[in-house]
Design a protein around this ligand. Structure first.
Ligand code: NAP
Length: 290
């Protein structure tokens, strides 16, 4: 692609950003849509507010936001989408007059990835492992689908309790349970089977590939669907355990694809069709393997 005076600049802010595969993803979307567009990772070490203001002044059309700024960036926005406000986290900034509006496409990305697998969460037990930013998105995405019970377990159980309280507040009447990682087996075995489990911690992420947040493999007996938000390695220990117990297991690459497509659509107004998604998925897989 030739960069000229009309090239649109998008980017990612976070710390660190060296590992990101998002440039390859947005490059693929830009190619398919025939747009002159660059997507640049920017590591923000110091003043986040100054970085957002500077991006606006430099006419940067849109940004993704990653760890550790998904919540911290909110005070520096001109507006925020209702769902992102409810989640308390944004991953996409869209340029509007005077500043940026924050959105969260993680939730929609996860939902689309699960639906693409033909899985419905309504009426079945759903367990969320973790209580950080990704677990928040997964919990709200699951809660919207009316599971029979939403179980949240975390290494720090107090955070699981807080998250469960917030979900209950947003979805009154939803049955929830929460506890420590050690409670996972007891909570899931009493929940009626056919469970969907979302692994939302960083345990098992490359290079610590020997880790699984739940150490007892028996916990996953009865798990019909296991979704690990990690996409590197391609198969995590969590996924192996779900498969060994007879369940279907997926990694987080499709979620990454769909959240990226949703960001791209918000920024450009383009519609990313199935062919573009397939092409971008191939590009993403190559980028992760590299
Ligand atoms: P975060 O906010 O920092 O939360 C980290 C979570 O992992 C916390 O619940 C933490 O427990 C738990 N944890 C960390 N190390 C652990 C260990 N060794 N054993 C057990 N639990 C551990 O991070 P995040 O933004 O939620 O991201 C979590 C994962 O999701 C990352 O691997 C990230 O790459 C992935 N992710 C993927 C996508 C995608 O598109 N596929 C999108 C977003 C995130 P404590 O509360 O006890 O500290």
């Amino acid at each position: 692609m030739r960069i000229d005076g009309h090239t649109e600049v998008y980017g990612l802010i976070g710390k660190p950003v060296g590992h990101t595969v998002s440039p390859a993803l947005h490059d693929a979307f830009a190619r398919v849509c025939g747009r002159s567009l660059v997507y640049v990772p920017f590591q923000v070490d110091g003043d986040l507010g100054a970085a957002v203001k500077g991006a606006y002044e430099l006419n940067i059309r849109g940004l993704n936001v990653t760890v550790p700024y998904k919540s911290r960036v909110i005070p520096f926005l001109s507006d925020i989408d209702e769902e992102a406000h409810l989640l308390g986290a944004v991953n996409t900034l869209v340029r509007i007059p005077g500043g940026y509006k924050g959105y969260n496409t993680d939730l929609a990305g996860l939902k689309k990835a699960v639906h693409a697998d033909g899985i419905k969460l309504s009426g079945r037990p759903v367990m969320i492992i973790g209580a950080g930013g990704a677990a928040r998105a997964a919990s709200f995405a699951a809660a919207k689908e009316s599971p029979s019970v939403l179980i949240i377990v975390n290494r720090t159980p107090a955070k699981a309790r807080l998250l469960a309280e917030e979900v209950r507040k947003a979805f009154p009447g939803l049955k929830t349970a929460e506890g420590s990682l050690e409670d996972a087996g007891g909570l899931i075995s009493g929940s009626g089977g056919h469970a969907a489990v979302f692994q939302c911690t960083s345990a098992g992420l490359y290079p610590e590939t020997g880790e699984c947040p739940v150490s007892d493999p028996e916990v996953f007996r009865g798990t019909e669907y296991g979704f690990d938000l990690i996409y590197n390695p391609e198969e995590t220990l969590f996924m192996k355990r779900v498969r060994q117990s007879g369940g279907m297991a997926r990694n987080g690459l499709a979620m990454l694809l769909y959240q990226g497509a949703a960001s791209f659509e918000l920024w450009t107004g383009e519609k990313i069709g199935d062919e573009a998604l397939e092409e971008a998925m191939r590009t993403l897989s190559r980028a992760v393997q590299a």
